[in-house]
Design a protein around this ligand. Sequence first.
Ligand code: FEO
Length: 397
Amino acid sequence: MRYIGDELYYVGYSDRKIKLFENYIPLNFGVSYNSYLIVDNKTCLLDTVDFSVVREFISDVKVALNGKKLDYLIVNHMEPDHAASILEVVKEFKDVKIVTNAYVLKLLNQFFDYNFNDITIIVKENDTINLGKHELTFITAPFVHWPEVMFTYDKNFKTLFSADAFGSFGALSGNLFYDEVDDPTYFMEARRYYTNIVGKYGKQVVNAYLKIKDLDIKMICPLHSYLWRKDFNLLIDKYVKWATYEAEAKEVILIYASMYGNTEKAAMLLADELANKGLKNIKCYDVSNVDETYLIGEIFRVSHIVFLSPTYNANLYPRIKALVDQMQVLDVKNKTFALVENSTWAPRANSLLEEELNKLKDINIIKTKVSIKSALKEDTSLDVKGLASLIAESILK
Ligand code: FEO
């Protein structure tokens, strides 16, 4: 628990034991569940934490309250990484009123075997509650990341409690603010968090951004990772790009599948040739050895993606297929692709990939595709070099 200032406490908790976020996304640096407490004339908790840390959380809230009762619990988001401990709060702090929107109330009654109706104050867009010095306004932000989500804005202290927006993976280690750390993994993890979790809802993220962009904001308090009190543009610029599917860099990544090393060899030749053409920051990823969630982050980041894939059971290589399926789910758009296939007897990978990629919007597939038979030979090496020229031309133009 930390006192931030202006009657505001951080009562979140970091989890370094969790291996998979949502039991799906690998976490190498843990995750924080951020919760905030305002101790004004009225006291107000903003969201709770994952159930795994509920005991520590309740204890910290009690210490921060210092004998005062808890008046309000604002629920901005009902996903259980923030909402699973709500019932414990209600049981512990008998007088608490939940302040939230009607959609959240519906989900509360779905998740818990408890009737929340009598203890909930329903708020709508731009409604306010006054705590004393702090006046809180509610701003709906549907699908950032679930439909019930809202932001809470503290008008007098210019603080935005932004739910999942502007969050990231990564446990916090004492320093609560991004400006207090030199964290080289931050934007990779923030991108991976956004793209895999909220990525599908770019349009709704833009709508939420339009609602808050003219607010006077001095501090952003998300539900995960660092709080922000300066350099907002660093973060907002990334968010706008991710939400509008605009590449952060005119760069190329190569994603390959290779059972016996032959397709990998083609990927290495292509990467060398792209480097010879002057391209920078080329990245090669073996789809079998890099988690899909990292690849999704990279796909959002760059303008150009090359797939190099064997045909497998007359179909796409399973991990390539799974990745492309996920790109469709997340509505990836506005990319240029190049294709290389490898097949020993019945080449289908390029045509199948083209069919799948064409289901994405605003994409371009470089017309010239390379087809390797089992292993690179002189003619197909020339084809790979030719493709490198076309990719370089497309990037450098
Ligand atoms: Fe961090 Fe959508 O929950």
